[in-house]
Design a binder for this molecule. Structure first.
Ligand SMILES: Cc1cc2nc3c(=O)[nH]c(=O)nc-3n(C[C@H](O)[C@H](O)[C@H](O)COP(=O)(O)OP(=O)(O)OC[C@H]3O[C@@H](n4cnc5c(N)ncnc54)[C@H](O)[C@@H]3O)c2cc1C
Length: 637
């Protein structure tokens, strides 16, 4: 298979404008003749569905929540990046581009990242026009703060609820189109398979989560905007429903999965408190603008934090990375926290925690300013831990948070299956081996509002409207496969719950393929997962039946997919015999413990082709060619 990323020719800064000029257009009257399925109503899917409908396409949009407004994007806290340079602190499109490439440890596609930085400025205008209540300065200008991996302030925010406010903006745009009849919305409907006709994506098979009915939907193109797969680790900051099913089903129908081992561990989450915990809570990265991260200098120092004098504290991020300090990127900050805890200097129960301390900021800025900036986060922290972080430092520890890997897409955001587009966190496109904070919202909205609406037209311009009938035998075949699988999950009637299996898989993934990985551990995981999967299919117990709302059945289907997908993540991590960004292979580190890349052998996107369960997938490589950027060892010192 030949991978063609379809990167436009010409100088980097002109590629996107030139491409938009070269792209074929469809006249407004003809747009009405094309049907598009959008799976997902988060920031990527919601913005895409609304914009496509606004352009005139006929859209069907699906989500598994009871309202598109409840997509997981709503959880995003800290902010969204854009190269507006409102602070006049030296920002530019080029700087955002460079920070993102460097933050991703030189494992992302240059042309995509440049376009992302370029489009970032339009996103803010669009959202302001929708009425998104971004924080403002006294002057009325939009306010900014800093996020990891940047030395400028370019993050726009709405307190600690940026995702919610952006999603309400996208939702309003979507609701307008639903009302106008341009979008038909299917909430509580889960895509369980993709349908290809003559090699093109032409529809999906879904299950109505309330009635259990399985049905087909046909279109001229299918867009997957189904979010990330961080829940493969069981414990994560993601919503409980986040899963890999839609993209995994597409993978099994021939779409390539790119860089699945690039998974991000976020440094500032509330630490795990016990075996039975099922969810972790993020404390936004924005808190590192004002909070200082430290542990006691001495191992086993159990004094309460406020009794440990400053000179006996190790502000380890400031010490190790003086140029970026507490705002070192996530992969680096997470590993630094793990390192001090491994040395026995961690705090809190089990010693798996570090302090995030606001005392200095409160003294400098006053309590009110801190409350204004982060009030809802402090409140959330207090509700979960019972501690008042205005008075004693927060305790934080890294946790699984975001997935840079996803389905492979070309510059037009189309997968290798014609007519199958993938946007937002579900694709692999822009973040390389490590995403910078506040860049996921930027990417989801860039894809949905500004990129896909152009590029999909180019595909349609070469096609005739050809939505197939759902009576086509291919749809019927896939429907019966979906029904069969659902029946199988219900018929096992074994002894173990879905949660037990998910927890076991997640623990293995965290231990062997989490923040640090090595060859022996990855091989052990590869030996263990197939046996775990067999046991799942022999001993799972799903109660109830398939013709009703049955959340344990939904969950079982998602975990069944994680059981297969996890093996690919591990295999990708084993094959990528280098460290890059969040993918930290212990065998490959610099003398001071940083990730050591091997550009000679691994400067490529790994794109895996499915060969069957229990079969090794085929690796395709998309070489990463840098025209503009000089590859260097990342340094935040
Ligand atoms: C706690 C938290 C805080 C964050 N804070 C920030 C931040 O401050 N800034 C930032 O840039 N990023 C942040 N992120 C990351 C960011 O929120 C996500 O990457 C982004 O919102 C993902 O958007 P999305 O549209 O791709 O997917 P989602 O918002 O996850 O939406 C997925 C959609 O797909 C649907 N779906 C999924 N599978 C199926 C299926 N099989 N069938 C039907 N529908 C399906 C869901 O119903 C949903 O509508 C944060 C993430 C977390 C977990």
């Amino acid at each position: 298979m030949k991978l063609d990323a379809k990167i436009p020719s010409g100088p980097l800064a002109q590629k996107w404008s030139k491409h938009r000029h070269d792209i074929k257009l469809i006249n407004p009257a003809n747009k009405r003749k094309f049907d598009v399925i959008v799976v997902g109503s988060g920031l990527a899917g919601g913005s895409a569905a609304a914009t496509l409908s606004e352009l005139g396409y006929k859209v069907e949009c699906f989500c598994f929540q009871d309202s598109p407004r409840r997509a997981h994007s709503i959880a995003a806290q800290g902010g969204i990046n854009a190269a507006k340079n409102y602070q006049n602190d030296g920002d530019s499109v080029y700087r955002l581009f460079y920070d993102t490439i460097k933050g991703g440890d030189f494992r992302s596609r240059e042309a995509n990242v440049y376009r992302l930085a370029e489009v970032s400025v339009n996103i803010i205008d669009q959202c302001v026009a929708q009425g998104v209540p971004f924080a403002r300065e006294y002057s009325g200008y939009l306010a900014n703060r800093s996020f990891g991996g940047a030395q400028v302030s370019r993050t726009f925010y709405a307190r600690g609820q940026t995702g919610q406010q952006l999603l309400l903006g996208a939702y309003q745009a979507l609701a307008k189109q639903i009302e106008a009849g341009g979008v038909k919305m299917y909430p509580r409907t889960e895509m369980l398979d993709l349908v290809l006709i003559n090699g093109q994506a032409k529809g999906i098979v879904v299950r109505d989560l309330v009635t259990g009915e399985i049905s087909s939907h046909a279109a001229d193109a299918v867009v997957l905007a189904t979010g990330g797969y961080g829940n493969v680790f069981f414990l994560s900051t993601n919503a409980k429903g986040c899963n890999v099913t839609a993209i995994w089903r597409a993978y099994k129908r021939g779409a390539l999965m790119a860089n699945p081992c690039f998974t991000q561990i976020h440094p500032t989450c509330i630490p795990v408190t016990g075996e039975h915990q099922s969810k972790l809570t993020l404390m936004s990265e924005s808190l590192r603008n004002d909070g200082r991260v430290w542990v006691p200098k001495t191992k086993g120092d159990n004094r309460p934090p406020n009794e440990i004098p400053k000179e006996e504290r190790d502000y380890f991020l400031e010490r190790k990375y003086p140029a970026y300090g507490n705002l070192a990127p996530r992969d680096i900050s997470s590993r630094a926290a793990k390192e001090v805890c491994d040395e026995g200097r961690g705090v809190g129960p089990g010693g798996r925690g570090v302090y995030l301390d606001f005392a200095d900021a409160i003294e400098r800025l006053g309590l009110n300013v801190i409350r204004e900036r982060y009030g809802n986060l402090f409140e959330m922290y207090e509700r979960i831990t019972g501690e008042d972080a205005y008075k004693i430092p927060m305790r934080i520890y890294p946790a699984s948070h975001y997935t840079m890997g996803g389905l492979w897409v070309d510059y037009n955001l189309m997968s290798n299956i014609p007519g199958l587009y993938v946007i937002g966190e579900a694709n692999f496109s822009d973040h390389g081996a490590n995403r910078l904070g506040a860049s996921a919202l930027m990417q989801g909205l860039a894809d949905g509002y500004f990129i896909l609406p152009y590029t999909i037209g180019d595909y349609f311009a070469a096609e005739r409207p050809a939505k197939p009938s759902v009576d086509d035998p291919e749809f019927k075949k896939v429907e019966s496969e979906v029904a069969e699988r659902t029946k199988k999950l219900l018929s096992i009637r074994g002894r173990r719950t879905v949660t037990e299996f998910h927890r076991e898989l997640g623990k293995l993934m965290w231990d062997k393929c989490g923040m640090a990985r090595n060859e022996a551990g990855l091989k052990e995981a590869l030996d263990t997962i197939p046996a775990m999967r067999r046991e799942f299919w022999e001993d799972l117990n799903v109660l109830g039946d398939g013709n009703e709302l049955n959340q344990s059945l939904e969950y079982a289907g998602r975990v069944a997919d994680f059981m297969e997908f996890a093996e690919l993540v591990v295999y990708d991590a084993l094959t990528r015999d280098e460290s890059s960004g969040a993918h930290f292979r212990e065998e490959h580190q610099t003398p001071d413990g940083e990730a050591r890349r091997d550009d000679e052998r691994f400067s490529y996107v790994s794109a895996w082709e499915y060969q069957g369960v229990d079969q090794r997938p085929i690796l395709h490589k998309e070489p990463l060619v840098y025209e503009e950027v000089h590859l260097a060892q990342r340094s935040y010192k």
